[in-house]
Design a protein around this ligand. Structure first.
Ligand code: ADP
Length: 448
């Protein structure tokens, strides 16, 4: 996988948006990069200007110095050509060095570096030549590009002592060497820029990793806190049924197994042991859900019989408290879910309804809404406040107060239920009024 494929890029962008601390790094990186390009560009332009000006000044002063000599030797082209050769040897950028005189209407080359040019008509210098003739006291330069290479053409009038124009001195200089140096500098600055880019990328990834570690540390702390809460709660909850059991066992030991209330004491011991068993099952479920190890056997089935059997199983406990249980679930509707897990979910809602109601009726109703099977477990129990409803599906949450504490419970049941229902692509919600009752509503997808 390449470093910059689209998935990596979009993940990188998502990470930047999720971590505002990274924005600053990105901003600084981009700012440094852009400033460097700007400065490098400015610098090379300035350097080229300076080089050009230097060459220009040099050729100007060369011609200023050479012009009086040319005036002396203009009638001795052999000698003047020799001086030109000498000058060109010392200035390798000079590729053409000429002296011209006006004969009739034409400008004829009289002295030149290149022997072959002598006696021929001048070509290629029209513009500088006209400037030099018009202003004989100074030299003029124009730039030209030939075959991708830059040249300067310079002209200066050759004046006699009484300021008569005897001819014109012309040079063509190559700027290739200067341009090569500038190009070399630009190349070096691009290497440096590349180095800076690598450094910035390194800094960026380093920063991103530190943010990762910070996030990991935060999550670890959270998990650690959760673990502490969990261990605290579990040891407390595991101890309370044991304390109860030991209390009854002590009483039994004292009164003997044939005491009148022995069956009652044994029942209480059994209840406490069952509560302990339930708690351990809940804890194991939480661990399995958190580790993603809870398995679901999903299939299409009619939930009516499961619901009916849960209701029947809990009716004795409800009747013992004087609560009626009514089931209104039509058969023949198929849902896609895990049957065993649905039993666990319904059991939790109905047993909660029994635990947290002291009078009235528990109604279990089910119907299809065309897309989902909607199951409603309603009671006329203690209900709860809107504040409690908000926290109800949190792990370990139990509504504060003596009435709830009186019942054996872990505060894990509803959390487990919600996880299971959501894993089966369903939803859980609750409507409740304190002192009036609660409705727990579960939806599960109908079979296709
Ligand atoms: P618990 O083991 O305590 O019953 P649950 O997770 O099943 O744990 O429920 C969490 C809390 O929600 C309970 O402690 C209770 O305060 C409240 N609760 C649950 N069901 C009902 C209900 N039907 N009526 C009133 N309160 C309820």
């Amino acid at each position: 996988m390449s470093l910059f494929d689209t998935r990596t890029l979009s993940r990188g962008l998502a990470k930047i948006f999720a971590n505002p601390q990274l924005w600053l790094t990105v901003f600084v990186a981009v700012a440094i990069f852009v400033s460097f390009i700007y400065i490098a560009n400015r610098f090379s332009t300035i350097a080229q200007d300076a080089q050009d000006r230097l060459v220009n000044v040099r050729v100007g002063s060369l011609q200023d110095a050479f012009a009086p000599l040319s005036a002396l030797y203009i009638r001795d082209p052999e000698k003047l050509s020799l001086y030109m050769r000498d000058m060109a040897d010392r200035n390798p950028t000079i590729v053409e060095f000429l002296a011209v005189e006006k004969i009739g209407d034409a400008w004829i080359i009289t002295s030149a570096l290149n022997e072959a040019q002598r006696g021929t008509n001048l070509v290629g210098y029209d513009f500088v030549l006209s400037l030099a003739v018009a202003e004989p006291e100074q030299s003029f330069t124009v730039e030209e590009v030939l075959g991708g290479k830059r040249f300067f053409r310079t002209a200066r009038a050759i004046l006699s002592e009484d300021k008569q124009t005897l001819g014109v001195l012309l040079t063509r200089q190559s700027l290739s060497e200067a341009d090569r140096q500038i190009a070399g500098n630009i190349q070096t600055s691009f290497f440096i820029l590349f180095g800076i880019l690598l450094l910035l990328l390194f800094l960026f990834f380093h920063h991103a990793r530190i943010i990762d570690y910070t996030e990991l540390y935060r999550r670890l702390k959270e998990v650690d806190q959760l673990k502490d809460d969990f261990v605290g709660m579990v040891s407390h909850e595991l101890r309370s049924p044991l304390t109860i059991i030991r209390g009854y066992v002590a009483e039994l030991k004292e009164k003997g197994v044939h005491a009148e209330n022995a069956p009652e004491l044994l029942k209480r011991i059994d209840d406490a042991a069952q509560a302990q068993n339930m708690l351990i099952a809940d804890i194991l479920d939480v661990a399995r859900i958190e580790q993603g190890r809870l398995e679901y056997a999903i299939k299409d089935f009619d939930p009516a019989s499961v619901i009916q059997s849960v209701a029947e199983g809990l009716t004795p406990a409800a009747s013992a408290k004087g609560l009626a249980v009514a089931v209104q679930v039509p058969s023949g509707v198929l849902i896609t879910a895990d049957e065993g897990r649905l039993r666990q979910v319904v059991t939790n809602f109905v047993s909660n309804a029994v635990k947290y109601s002291d009078k009235g009726e528990i109604t279990i109703s089910g119907k299809s809404d065309g897309k989902n099977f909607v199951l409603r477990v309603s009671d006329t129990g203690i209900g709860m406040s809107a504040e409690d409803v908000k926290k109800l599906f949190g792990k370990f949450y139990r509504v504060p107060g003596d009435r709830v504490r009186k019942e054996v419970g872990t505060g894990l049941g509803l959390w487990i239920t919600k996880q299971i229902v959501e894993a089966m692509k369903g939803t859980v919600s609750v409507e409740s009024i304190q002192g009036v009752g609660s409705h727990f509503i579960v939806t599960l997808p109908l079979a296709k």
